[in-house]
Design a protein around this ligand. Structure first.
Ligand code: FAD
Length: 462
């Protein structure tokens, strides 16, 4: 008999709290030197970096496209912090932006010296980057378990339309955003209380916008970062922001948006055809992205709020009178969930005070956005990103990249940024490769060699 046989439990009541899954042999789908799980800016950078070091590299993604929040939640503003004085991380994150521009997959970002990614086209850009590098791609494949050998990871178990399969690897990089693999492998992690986590967002886009009229409205109703940030370093106050609040305030006053719902946020690029491609206006607190019921509630509540937002813009925003919903982000946008307890941790003090580390694998400009704080790197200040925040405790040969690296609450306002996720991704990919070449492990890898290889790949370390 296939399936799980309830008769084995000697009980058939429907109020059973647990059922037993029998162990079984499952096929090994593939073996690789480096296996990267999750393909957001962290995972994509990790896979490219490992592959460019000559590793047989596999990239596994649960959805049907690579890119993570970029392609699934349409987050297009990859470098909205960049101003004349900004010192950049360089490396693969910068390459995403440049390559997208070269392939006609970007537009000018409205508030900075950067490109906004065309997030639909970026699906294709990511495919091209993966194909050219020779990474082995697997889409529609959810990683559900870690395969262990002693204190080290040796692969993952996946679920897909092909059934339950294993992938074995010498090194695994967890770039799932939620530290799914580290959690399954038994590495210690932390997750804040629901009410303290950054909000989740259903992003959406509109067509039928009269661009010139809307931009005229923006000119007469200019917003700056001080309109929405509770704490800045002072120099941000005068910087213009594509922030929109007035139409939603009016809709609330008219009883068209419930009192307990807060809608406000940013628009981003506008096409000549009248598309507002990325509307980040719904921000919902109190949802845990590792809880499937919370994810369901947030998707549905977010779509409801997006429809209220569109109705308010149509009524109260010049240029939006004939606007229509074009797309919802294909998945809920998550900003924060599990974070590993690493070999070391990065803190508020580090990211705000140009921290320097012996095990630096890159730098990131002093850019913070989260928990009411916005600091924009207009002055060339930056901090180094240490290797230790990607190294979990208790599990060897596993590295973590992207938003789930170790750190305190406020440092997350910097390390969660997509360019910083690419920094940790590239660092993890190269460190995994160097550890294999040296016949070492992720916990003992020669960091000087990692730094040399990263510099060869174009990463700025100091
Ligand atoms: C609405 C919103 C607006 C934002 N705005 C900005 C901004 O303007 N600028 C900026 O820099 N950052 C912004 N961020 C933050 C940024 O998008 C994220 O912090 C960043 O994308 C995290 O990158 P990551 O690679 O760690 O994870 P993600 O981008 O979340 O990618 C994780 C990937 O792993 C996959 N995955 C997850 N679990 C599994 C599994 N078990 N098996 C297989 N695959 C799995 C996912 O499908 C996904 O593709 C925003 C975030 C949101 C939600």
């Amino acid at each position: 008999m296939n399936g799980i046989n309830l008769c084995d439990h000697r009980a058939k009541e429907w109020d059973m709290k647990q059922i037993k899954e029998a162990s079984k042999m499952i096929p090994v789908m593939a073996q690789a030197d480096v296996l990267v799980v999750g393909s957001g800016p962290g995972g994509l950078a990790a896979a490219l970096a490992a592959c460019r070091e000559g590793m047989d590299t596999m990239l596994v993604e649960r959805f049907g496209c690579f890119g993570g929040n970029i392609t699934q939640a349409s987050v297009e503003s990859i470098a909205w912090y960049r101003h004349a004085g900004t010192v950049e991380s360089e490396g693969i994150g910068f390459e995403f932006e440049v390559r997208a521009k070269e392939m006609g997959a970007s537009r000018k970002e409205p508030q900075s010296q950067s490109e906004a990614l065309d997030t639909e086209m970026f699906k294709y850009v990511a495919d091209m980057l993966i194909e050219e590098a020779g990474i082995k791609p697997v889409l529609h494949c959810l990683a559900v378990e870690a395969v262990m050998e002693g204190g080290a990871i040796r692969g993952i178990i996946t679920e897909s339309k092909s059934g339950r399969q294993a992938i074995l690897a010498k090194r695994v990089i967890d770039a799932t955003g939620d530290a799914d693999i580290a959690c399954r492998a038994g590495a210690p992690y932390q997750i804040a209380q629901k009410q303290d986590l950054l909000g989740v967002t259903v992003t959406f886009s509109c067509s039928g916008v009269h661009k010139a009229q809307f931009l005229e409205y923006v000119k007469t109703h200019p917003a700056s970062l001080k309109n929405w940030a509770e704490e800045t370093s002072g120099k941000e106050a005068h910087l213009l922001s594509p922030y929109l609040a007035e139409p939603f305030r009016k809709a609330k006053e008219a009883g068209e948006i419930p009192d307990d719902v807060e809608i406000a946020g940013t628009w981003s690029s506008l096409t000549e055809q009248g598309d507002a491609t990325y509307l980040n206006l719904v921000y919902m607190l109190g949802f845990d992205a590792t809880n499937v019921r919370d994810l369901t509630r947030a998707e549905m509540e977010g779509r409801k709020q997006a429809m209220w937002a569109i109705a308010a813009m149509k009524k109260y925003t010049p240029g939006f009178e004939n606007a229509k919903l074009r797309t919802f982000g294909s998945s809920l946008g998550i900003r924060e969930s599990r974070k590993i307890i690493g070999r070391c941790t990065i803190t508020r003090h580090d990211v705000m005070n140009q921290a320097r580390f012996d095990d630096a694998i890159g730098i990131f400009p002093e850019f913070l956005d989260g928990y009411g704080i916005v600091i924009i790197p207009t002055t060339g200040r930056y901090f180094q990103v240490p290797y230790g925040i990607m190294v979990p405790q208790k599990v060897d040969n596993l590295l973590v990249a992207g938003r789930c690296v170790a750190g305190d609450q406020i440092s997350h306002a910097a390390t969660r940024q997509m360019m910083c996720c690419a920094v940790t991704g590239q660092g993890a990919g190269v460190a995994a490769a160097v550890s294999i070449k040296q016949n070492s492990t992720c916990s003992k890898v020669d960091i000087k060699q990692v730094q040399k290889s990263l510099q060869k790949q174009g990463v700025r370390i100091s």
